[in-house]
Design a protein. Structure first.
Length: 278
């Protein structure tokens, strides 16, 4: 009885395996409209990973199909809708490079900047992505000075500049806390925004469940646990110019004292050698 049961289960497993393989083998060498329909159905089911797979099949089997242009733009918009901004930017780059005419390129470039901007939901993060978004925005303003999207892009760039300045100020404040004043001055001198009065600015805040683990450079909830001394990291750091001068003077004094000591030892050794020779 046990043998029959095991044999039956094994037979069912083998049948399921081969039926699934047969189903997968059927999914190739299809007309372009088949893959396009599958992409749309997968997006409607919110299965973008499957839609990307069908897009690869459409692109691989029908590289010259006019449906490929529409599918690329549909996937770019769908990924942006589901907040997958980097994938959206990937499809927009593909659309701009291969399909867009001058009028369509302007709208696609705007969507690309929007994707970069929306990919920055958390404050004080993603410095590289922030810089890339600013560069792309400035390029858009230069290439399309009369665009209907110009004011929107200008607003996004202004906010990104403020975010970049706020990030640098947070880093500078952190260096102030650990007595690294030269490093703090360095970050405050990176694209300084003199028109911003930081005392009147409400800095970006994290959501409540992330806030205890984030910081803005000004302080931390666990600050009372840290001794009021220089940290291990900044123990040997130089705080100001007077400390630099004092350090140099000390090093010079040590060098002079060491030289005198070496001369004295040399004279003593020569006297000992003469004494032993007599």
């Amino acid at each position: 009885m046990i043998f029959k049961t095991n044999f039956l289960l094994l037979s069912m497993a083998i049948m399921l395996f081969f039926s699934s393989c047969a189903k997968e083998l059927e999914e190739y060498n299809k007309p372009a409209i088949y893959w396009y329909t599958k992409i749309v159905e997968s997006i409607a089911d919110a299965n973008l990973e499957k839609a990307d797979g069908y897009y690869s099949s459409l692109q691989g089997e029908h590289i010259g199909s006019p449906l490929l242009q529409e599918a690329t733009l549909i996937l770019a918009i769908s990924h942006m809708y589901y907040k997958e901004y980097l994938l959206s930017e990937h499809f927009l780059n593909e659309y701009i490079k291969r399909y867009a005419n001058p009028n369509e390129k302007e709208a696609a470039e705007f969507m690309k900047i929007k994707a970069k901007y929306m990919a920055l939901p958390n404050p004080r993060r993603d410095q590289a992505l922030m810089k890339d978004a600013i560069i792309e925005g400035e390029k858009f303003k230069k290439n399309y000075p009369h665009s209907m999207y110009y004011s929107v892009v200008d607003t996004m760039i202004t906010r990104l500049y403020m975010g970049e300045a706020s990030l640098n100020e947070s880093i500078a404040s952190l260096y102030d806390r650990i007595d690294k004043y030269k490093s703090a001055r360095y970050y405050r001198n990176i694209k300084p925004q003199a028109w911003i009065n930081w005392n009147n600015v409400d800095r970006a805040k994290d959501v409540w469940y992330r806030a205890p683990f984030e910081g803005d450079g000004r302080g931390s909830w666990y600050g009372f646990l840290i001794p009021d001394t220089k940290s291990v990291v900044s123990r040997n750091s130089i705080s100001d110019d007077s400390a630099i001068k004092e350090t140099l003077d000390t090093d010079a004094s040590d060098d002079i004292g060491g030289k005198k000591q070496r001369d004295t030892q040399k004279e003593f050794q020569e006297t000992q050698n003469k004494t032993n020779g007599y």
